[in-house]
Design a protein around this ligand. Structure first.
Ligand code: C2O
Ligand code: CU
Length: 495
């Protein structure tokens, strides 16, 4: 049986139509018992989510793929320890799933088609159910095809039983990149509205990519991965700045922002003009408060920051001018109560700013997530490459998913992954089902815990350590959707 057959037949267990606990009889007795106990405490929070095509209005109207007719989908907000139950009805013309990005759920709830469940077919319903822990800022999104770039994502917040941070108000900020086309990014790519094809034509290069399996842009055949679309707009909570309601500030307030980036192919360097930001959480995990001028946030990453409202005015949340397609873009407006007129207090979008770096962050030890203490049992070196000459293929150790090598480990092992980026694009690598420590080679005091790490281009490196404490088959991939679909993925496996 070859690999492709295996991943579609080897799943077993999970049926596409299932409700409540029936599904869990396919997991294991311990989990069923645990869930029954939790159900008795009647702390189940049920959400009904319909995946459907709807017209959205980001400031311009087009048809997107949505949860409950919105992009981003509804905010799921529960207390730590509650049971999240999501009844997902698929009204899309295609199969779908939901992945709970960042939460270490039981493997069968992880929402990866062909790896942890059968895709949910059009017309079918599927029930996801898992315990909301630990507290933090997370995302949920489709893990099928290009659906993430069509609008299928939303914020998921697990509040702690007891909040240790003190703040006066809080805003959720969901960043998204849009190609204003019916069907979103992939449809734009299919129509030839791509970054690379434009770059390539600009450089006068040929239209045939190296694999020779098809042509780029609008000529691509169905099995050739799509190139990144050329995005037309960047939104926060589904609106471009001009059509959005300002985030209100009151002088003297401490404001918490939960900034989340489910964009398909955009890394932002965000600055709130006139203010600095203090990072309190990275990917939901608490870090020693660290303040900076601008926040670099990759696809799949989340940062919680505090701002002190001490500079009245009308301020932009914008991206630094850095030569990238989204650079120098005004994303949202922060407006102090009592400020009149519509002129902004900020002007230039460039300057010298301190930007967060992983090695500046220090994790806060957490007894629920013990650190990686002691010798590493298992190491993997992963070379990230691809995208040469406008190719849509992206590789791990020279291979394209599903031909990439599995990361086979045993339960309880301390695992290290070392990344080397031989390509010219950054890769935000995301591991399902685990938090990992971001290892700084020079110093290792209390490493921050994350689930997504940007590996910078041009020979950039990164090292992560984690404990294998959540058995299953866990997807591990670049969170640039076009790199994922172009092959930059593999699976961590243990029983
Ligand atoms: Cu946010 Cu595998 O994904
Ligand atoms: Cu990538």
């Amino acid at each position: 049986m070859n690999r492709r057959d295996f991943i579609y037949t080897g799943i077993g267990g999970v049926t596409a139509f299932t409700t409540g606990l029936k599904l869990f009889s396919k997991i294991n007795d311990k989990e069923v018992t645990q869930l029954l106990e939790d159900e008795n405490k009647s702390n189940v929070r049920e959400y009904k989510i319909n995946a459907e095509i709807s017209e959205i209005d980001i400031g311009d109207k087009f048809k997107a793929w949505t949860y409950n007719s919105k992009a981003p989908g509804p905010e799921i907000r529960v207390k730590e320890g509650e049971i999240i139950r999501v009844v997902l009805k698929n009204n899309l013309p295609d199969s779908t799933t939901i992945h709970w990005h960042g939460i270490p759920v039981p493997n069968a709830m992880d929402g990866v088609p062909g790896i942890t469940q059968e895709p949910i077919k059009p017309g079918e319903t599927f029930v996801y159910e898992f315990k909301a822990q630990p507290a933090g800022s997370y995302l949920y999104h489709s893990h099928v095809g290009y659906q993430l770039d069509q609008g299928l994502y939303g914020p998921l917040i697990v509040e702690p039983e007891r909040e240790l941070l003190s703040y006066d108000r809080e805003y959720t900020i969901v960043l998204a990149d849009w190609a204003v086309f019916d069907g979103g990014g992939p449809e734009a790519s299919r129509a030839g509205h791509t970054r690379s094809s434009m770059d390539m034509m600009g450089r006068g290069m040929g239209m045939m990519h190296r694999g020779g399996r098809g042509m780029i842009g609008r000529f691509s055949s169905d099995d050739t991965p799509l190139l990144e679309p050329n995005y037309d707009a960047y939104t926060i909570n589904g609106k471009v700045n001009k059509y959005s309601t300002p985030f209100m500030l009151k002088e003297g307030d401490r404001v918490r922002l939960r900034i989340m980036n489910p964009s398909s192919a955009t890394i932002y360097t965000l600055r709130l003009a006139g203010h600095s930001m203090t990072i309190t959480h990275a990917d939901g995990r608490p870090v020693k408060p660290f303040s900076m001028d601008a926040l670099r946030i990759g696809m799949g990453e989340r940062y919680d920051v505090l701002i002190r409202a001490d500079n009245p005015g009308r301020w932009s949340l914008y991206t630094l001018k850095d030569g990238t397609p989204a650079g120098g873009y005004r994303l949202a407006t922060f407006l102090y109560k009592g400020i009149q007129g519509d002129s902004y207090s900020d002007d230039s979008f460039s300057g010298r700013f301190i930007v967060n770096r992983y090695w500046d962050m220090e994790g806060i030890p957490d007894d629920k997530i013990p650190g990686v203490k002691g010798e590493i049992d298992r190491r993997f070196n992963l070379t990230l490459s691809g995208g040469m000459m406008g190719s849509p293929y992206w590789t791990i150790n020279g291979r394209i998913w599903p031909e990439t090598d599995d990361l086979n480990i045993n339960e309880g092992e301390r695992v290290r992954i070392e990344y080397f980026n031989h390509s010219m694009m950054p890769h935000p690598m995301h591991l399902h089902g685990h938090f990992f420590e971001v290892v700084n080679n020079n110093q290792r005091k209390s490493p921050p815990l994350k689930d997504t790490i940007i590996i910078e281009p041009h020979m950039g490196t990164g090292v992560i350590d984690f404990v294998a404490d959540n058995p299953g088959d866990w997807f591990h991939h670049c969170h640039n959707l076009y790199h994922l679909m172009g092959g930059m993925a593999n699976v961590l496996r243990y029983r």
